[in-house]
Design a protein around this ligand. Sequence first.
Ligand code: PEP
Ligand code: MG
Length: 321
Amino acid sequence: EQAQLAKLRHRRTRTRDGVDIRLFANAESREDVAEAHALGADGIGLYRTEFLFLRRRELPDEEEQFLAYRDLVLGMAGRPVTIRTLDLGADKADHTGLSLRGEPNPALGLRGVRLSLAHPELFLTQLRAILRAAAYGPVRLLVPMIGSREEMLQVTRLLERARLDLEARDQQAGRRIELGAMIEVPAAALALPDFVDLLDFVSVGTNDLVQYLLAVDRNHELLSGLYTPRHPAVLRVLSELFAYGRRRSVPVAVCGEMAGDPANVPLLLALGLRDFSLHPSTLLEVRRAVRACDFARLRRRAASLLRAHDRDGIERWLRRA
Ligand code: PEP
Ligand code: MG
């Protein structure tokens, strides 16, 4: 079984009917990056930079961040690397004093891009470090918890500022950096057409999107039975996002846990997803699942999937697929 799986390291991620699917890796450590590269990931789809900020009191300065991001870029040897800006909040082990203490609703509070925009100097430091790393290979910048066009505009202005800072210092920056938004706030899923002109790509954070759509805490022990992407509302939102991305030629990936579960592969392909981002530990299993699927046949069955009224209906559809 393990040996069979290992053979897939050097195989393409292609459906039976010849459709290429891209598997990017979610990475948060050097080991993840090495593994992603060894398994033939198409790039890094989500690098969570909070890991540089957790469990410490002092903030990492520009140089420390730059060196970490540069290592990441070099580690992927020319494949694109998606660096997510800080998604810190009172829900994480933040000892830097940045996030508010005792927030009543940390998931709805000062986190993600909201925290970054509340501390522009901190955000500029991170943006400069990322721009500098982009001189070493293809970098995509991903912004978490975007909820509106206004926030995205503030990000683009600060990115411009960071670039000017580097120019003034005569420091090298990547010439072109792709800009993307995480779609995880339901309002952003609905309002995507209002700010898509500011984006090169989109990554759907289903961990939070499911939490916010269903109003179910993603970590609540007693509610784990309610917390699932297999809800008709979730599938409809995903289907709309994927269709919109196709119409506008904006790549749409899913980087939440649901993309790393091989059992969800037929469902996501049926809805039209082609870009997955997942932890390297399940990459080969997902590749195997993709290779067992017939993309065109699944797409023909999307309508019946979207007609499911409940989780049972979705799971019945999956068993037949
Ligand atoms: C998500 O919300 O789906 C996501 C990938 O981000 P995180 O799990 O870091 O919130
Ligand atoms: Mg998230």
